[in-house]
Design a protein. Structure first.
Length: 116
């Protein structure tokens, strides 16, 4: 990553472009969760103290929960497993990410979702 710019807006634009072009809910779930997984990978490999990066990660996690909630119950399981793993990874990065993820998870009642 040395010398490469970090662009949250480019990643979010790719997701928005997919939504406009195809917009399948399962594809949206995959892309939004992948964004969060890659953001964590980046945070875990280097130290970053950019509040806007953390805020964007939290917003995308919330969006991922919304998208997954809209899927048929039979299609949610693998996405919910990945989102749950992301919740636990939040404790390692600070900026109250774990707390925010937990708040979003419980507000969406993910522990009560059928099909888990």
């Amino acid at each position: 990553m040395k010398g490469q710019p970090i662009s949250v807006s480019k990643a979010k634009k790719a997701i928005a472009d997919y939504k406009k072009a195809i917009g399948r809910p399962d594809g949206m779930a995959e892309l939004s969760i992948f964004y969060c997984e890659e953001a964590f990978g980046f945070l875990e490999s280097c130290s970053m103290e950019d509040e806007s990066y953390f805020a964007a990660l939290i917003r995308m996690y919330g969006r991922s929960l919304e998208i997954v909630s809209s899927l048929p119950p039979a299609e949610r399981t693998s996405y919910l497993e990945r989102l749950d793993k992301l919740r636990s990874r939040g404790r390692n990065v600070g900026w109250a990410v774990e707390e925010e993820f937990n708040n979003l998870w419980y507000a969406a009642a993910m522990d009560e979702q059928p099909g888990e």
